[in-house]
Design a protein around this ligand. Sequence first.
Ligand code: TXA
Ligand code: MG
Length: 332
Amino acid sequence: MGRLRSPFLFSVTLIGKDIHKAANLLQKGFVVGIPTETVYGLAANALNEDAVVSVFEIKKRPFFDPLIIHVGSWEEALRYVKNVPPVLEQLALQCMPGPLTLLLEKKANIPDLVTSGSEKVAVRIPSHPMTRSLLSLLDFPLAAPSANPFGYISPTTAKHVEDQLGREIPYILDGGPSEVGLESTIIGMENDELTIFRKGGLEVETIGRLAGQKVAVKEHSNSQPLAPGMLTSHYAPKIPFVCLEFANDWESIKASDRIAYLRFTGYFPGAPQKNHKILSVSGDLHEEARNIVSGMHTVDELDIDLIYAEKLPETGLGLAINDRMKRASAKS
Ligand code: TXA
Ligand code: MG
């Protein structure tokens, strides 16, 4: 089969709800935007290396940054992984489908390209009904990173995908706004210890409680990134972004119509209302998580010079939300 690689510019990308059309394109080796409950993915047949190459190219992602595979069920996952540690199997059975990704030893049927040469593959079972129906039509797993150009904010609507990558792909499956709004939590074993490699939509505390053991959390670093998703600067808006660490930092900043304010509950005194994105009026963490990524998109579209964002208490989903904001700040 010929390689369907980018630059493969599609003049009109179609957004729609036709899972058969999506399945057909994927079977032919094309790349399709898919909804998940966390963020939208840029999906291709994980067993077709040419299709996987297209994903890297469209996303401008370095080949050393591996992709997550998406499957419909745990039975299906077991076709591609082996020697699953009991605690990870237990978490799989309790938390999947859901915003969790497991790092597991891969079988030979998963191309090295997908895992960037690693012996481990990242596996996820999304809970989004449309993508579950799509997966049930396919006899291969979908390799899918978040559907944004490398380093930029993840998309949580079909429109975000269209705006960022629309000309490069033939179809985007529209499943509405992502319910969780934060990428999956990535977990695996390191030195026999349950370890979180990326904080995400499933809380660290929940994982610890379900697993009944201590969970180590890997912090990101620029000098020794375990995976590029762990680079300090990642998930970044185009406009300079500053996350204010402490509540009293707000006392030293100015109100200006050239600044946007990403706030959790209230407006910043004196600043125009239109320059605000309030993440949850009632202070609900799930609502804030759902809105943080789309909030970054919203303020990134404004005609302004700077974004100030507010930090949350370091607990529950607050950990993952703060993590995204710290990394969005790192570039500025
Ligand atoms: O919620 C999600 O996980 C979304 C949706 C689309 O499923 N996907 C997502 O994929 O966020 P991506 O590629 O944007 O981020 C996955 C992260 C990357 O930082 C990658 O380096 C890491 O997972 N990763 C993937 N496979 C890995 C592996 N075999 N070993 C270590 N890290 C891995
Ligand atoms: Mg990503």
